[in-house]
Design a protein around this ligand. Structure first.
Ligand code: ADP
Ligand code: MG
Length: 348
């Protein structure tokens, strides 16, 4: 398990609410012209030239994360990533975030500092300003709520609605790795509980663990599509798993989709881990969540612009709604796709 590397334990009471807010927000810089006023007044003030997009996601201890194997710095980083991913899924640029935390007094100031180290790293790396939030006490566990704000020209914003018959379905990066990372972490936790002397076997699966603990939102894909002059017709980010995101795109766009098993991009370590855990890698790709890749449709005429790109895989195409949503297996068999998020996978 990950040890607490910071032995100092200063009770939060020593700082008080305002002291704590000052302490956690002091090292954040403002970099966007659109941030007129950040932290420090009753409200932040923004001035966007373009349309504004706003999204919020909440992470709850025991539901979305387990602090016995998630380092607080990673948690801070990830809580910003899951929100930026939603901004990028609108084909927008992320510009600001607010971060609200409910924290119990079992956490020392040093723990809050670690959490905010991760938040600061995320803000710096992705070029977003922390412009506010709220800090409150919690009686049961840690809760983090992040709101991300972004901007984009009206005509460039991409919705879930908009996929048309014949469009190609494209996914960025590779999928299934975050879910397998979670499997490794849960196995190591069980092994550690049984025998605390056991050293975790995490070297082999560092890619999977990184995908679970420190995901990266695909800001680069929004930029890439702009550079390639490709305007997606519909888009969503992969938080719950490929199958449920396909269902969302189809429902909003009123279309069907056919995808091909052999086109689904899998990292070799996902395949190895699936063999070890006796899991079917296609099921994991369809149902495992938290990859934070982008899933989008493009017009067929854009195919030459994207086909050679190593970050993009065409996995299927849009069909009439009457055909429904189907997966064509390696054996040529056609099976219906159901919305099976990682939650349903977890209950098995
Ligand atoms: P108010 O009482 O008006 O809500 P607060 O004392 O809660 O003000 O917050 C003071 C300032 O600090 C505000 O700008 C607020 O947005 C910011 N802030 C409070 N908590 C956080 C936090 N956890 N992260 C970032 N900014 C915060
Ligand atoms: Mg407040």
């Amino acid at each position: 398990m990950i040890e607490d590397k910071n032995p100092a334990r200063t009770p939060i009471e020593n700082l008080g609410e305002f002291g704590l807010i000052d302490f956690i927000t002091k090292n954040f810089d403002i970099s966007h012209d659109s941030t007129i006023k950040g932290i420090g007044d009753d409200a932040a003030v923004l001035k966007h030239d373009q349309f504004t997009v706003v999204t919020t996601d909440m992470l709850v201890e025991g539901v979305h994360f387990d602090l016995s194997y998630v380092p607080l710095k990673h948690l801070g980083y990830k809580s910003v990533m899951v929100n930026l991913s939603d901004v990028y899924a609108m084909n927008a640029r992320a510009t600001q975030v607010t971060v609200s935390i409910a924290i119990s007094n079992r956490f020392p100031v040093e723990a809050v500092e670690e959490l905010y180290d991760g938040i600061r790293l995320a803000c710096k790396t992705y070029g977003v300003d922390l412009i506010g939030g709220d800090t409150t006490a919690s009686r049961s566990g840690l809760i983090i709520s992040v709101t991300a704000i972004g901007e984009q020209n009206e005509e460039k914003i991409v919705y879930r609605k908009g996929a048309g018959d014949g469009d190609l379905l494209v996914v960025s990066g590779d999928i299934g790795a975050a879910y397998m990372g979670l499997q490794i972490l849960e196995r190591e936790k069980a092994v550690f509980k049984a025998n605390p002397q056991n050293q975790p076997d995490i070297e082999t699966y560092s890619y999977l663990l990184e995908r679970q603990l420190k995901p990266e939102a695909r800001k680069d894909i929004v930029k890439l599509l702009e550079d390639l002059e490709v305007q997606p017709t519909s888009m969503i980010d992969l938080s719950d798993g490929l199958s449920s995101e396909i269902v969302h795109l189809c429902k909003h766009s009123e279309v069907g989709m056919t995808i091909y098993e052999d086109k689904i991009p899998l990292d070799p370590t996902v395949i190895t881990a699936c063999e070890e855990f006796n899991l079917d890698s296609t099921t994991i790709a369809l149902s495992g969540g938290e990859d934070y890749e982008l899933l989008f449709t493009v017009k067929q005429e854009d195919f030459p612009k994207i086909k050679a790109n190593p970050s993009l895989s065409v996995i299927g195409h849009v069909v009439d709604a009457s055909y429904g949503m189907n997966l064509v297996t390696r054996g040529g068999e056609q099976i219906p796709i159901k919305a099976m998020g990682w939650n349903s996978l977890k209950e098995d």
